[in-house]
Write a protein that binds this ligand. Sequence first.
Ligand code: NDP
Length: 291
Amino acid sequence: MDLIDGNQIATTLIAELKAEVATFTGRKPCLALVRVGEDPASVSYVKKKEKTAAEIGVTSRIILPPVTITQAELFALIDSLNADPAVDGILVQSPLPKHIDEVAVFRRVSPDKDVDGFNTLNLGKVAQEDDTGFVSCTPAGIMELLARSGTDLKGKHVVVLGRSLIVGKPVALLALQKRAGANGTVTICHSGTANLPALTRQADVLIAAIGRADFVTADMVKPGAVVIDVGINRVPDATKKTGYRLTGDVNFAQVSPLCSKITPVPGGVGPMTVAMLMKNTVKAFHLRSAH
Ligand code: NDP
């Protein structure tokens, strides 16, 4: 079994971006990070994004509205960032408080600054195989991990667990695209899928994104499969200072001896998500500078 080292691949990507940004004379790319409230996971994600941006030479602007912000106020904030010529990319950290319509917020971000790739136009461009848009960061990171670890999806059965707009649906569309590295035959499973293990057992490449700790067990995996574990689950653990440990959607101890390649959690898909956000921010900078 080979471990697909997301930390190492992300480090390479970040170094490539840093070298590219160093060649920019004058203004540097600028990413606005909007975090509503104090959700602990969001606090750590935004911190990581800010740190990586600094490492690359991307300017970040951190905006921290209170959890009580109304949808109208959040829209007004996004509108001002959309109109600000100094801002290249906008990321509104998910999850948002229950009183805010998350998809409406994603739609509000101008498509040319939508470095998270959740705007309707950018999701549509994934379906149309139009490279001028932004692919959302986690699905893009998964494709990059597969490519850089030498996994060609052509002729492979790719089974995606989960159909969220953030991971499952876009990664399934990317795996399906008629292009080098992709060209997979894709099955998407969700909570309404009957006899799910019979489908996952057919997977040459299994992508698990359901948010259930250790859901994928040995009996659900074909020997020799490539397994991508997107899940980030906090499991109570009294031996840890934080009181929890992170675990994926795949039971790593059971599944890793069976498969040909697997991503660990943490250190697999997670670091790639941040790296792809930076890649999208640099792309937004180029696209906007071209006008
Ligand atoms: P969502 O909760 O939005 O979607 C979960 C999906 O899994 C849904 O489609 C749901 O089905 C399906 N599902 C849930 N339970 C089952 C089950 N028992 N059997 C079959 N299908 C099931 O989650 P996300 O896509 O946002 O995230 C998934 C995981 O990935 C989470 O652990 C999250 O933390 C992690 N994540 C990691 C990222 C990273 O950077 N590594 C980035 C984003 C997410 P249905 O549609 O029928 O409800």
